[in-house]
Design a protein around this ligand. Sequence first.
Ligand code: 2RA
Length: 350
Amino acid sequence: SLPTLAVVGATGAVGTVMCELLSARKNVWGEIRLLASARSAGRVVRCRGEELVVQELTEDAFDGVDVAMFDVPDEVSARWAPVAVRRGAIAVDNSGAFRMDRDVPLVVPEINPEQVRNRPKGIIANANCTTLAMIVAVAPLHREYGLRELVISSYQAVSGAGQAGVDALHTQLTKIAGDRVLGSRTGDVRQAVGDELGPFPAPLALNVVPWAGSAADGGWSSEEMKMRNESRKILGLPDLKVSATCVRVPVVTGHSIAVHAVFATEVAAEGAREVLRNAPGVIIVDDPAAGEFPMPIDAVGTDPSWVGRIRRALDDPRALDFFVTGDNLRKGAALNTAQIAELLSKELTR
Ligand code: 2RA
């Protein structure tokens, strides 16, 4: 019989996309159990053609569960993933709670699927959405040319901060709509937006905010540290040089990253295109003359990382510059988790 799946955080921004994916992808699950906080328990959610009543997250809720996906904040995963494991499930965690734990593999199925079996704690981690969008393009280039350094800037959508982030942007846009002078004078957007900042430190409407996550040492943000540490772990390059600047932009869904990648050997744009053409999870959209570049408005709701603006650096024949956009709720979160869980389903149904 097919394994039982629990989705913890089923009513959140990522959980909602997870239910869509479970409805659309090949069915590899027996029972699907949706779990959430007491606040959301009792809600009815359509998943895989069934009307499922969301159950409260409790210890007993994991009884009989084979695979438990966690789409919840770090502290909720930190507390509940070990509970699921104690109750006999394998946990696939989409939070940051376990990613850098040496006994927890950080799996991207296109890159290191073999790592799912290396799970001494019974927990498998899913990478951060910004890392994921980028790494599916960087990994095949690394295999071909030998990666030495990444200098990256992100353009992150508000849904990365959950439904509260989406709500904040829409509220702000509604508040400022129609004022054609707004943005011309210092402070006018701040004043118009008022205290409707949602989970962000500054207004997103008509703005870009060079900050995502919390403060880390040395002036870096947690999001920038994640890009560095997770890229190193996924690629198996503990000394990879990474400098990231993470920026929030007024986009609902779709994280983008401008990448300057330095390799051990010389690269050519056409050679890199050929590598990326054959890379799983990547689609090349690179015809600037025709107005074709990777952009959130096109990538949203799709599975692959869209890669374009591929060009060799003018001043270093070993460096490549390119732009990536990926749906942060799909490959960046729900899709990668679903792909990991599907590998487990295969293992368990054997
Ligand atoms: C963000 N990457 O975009 C984070 C969410 N995990 O806010």
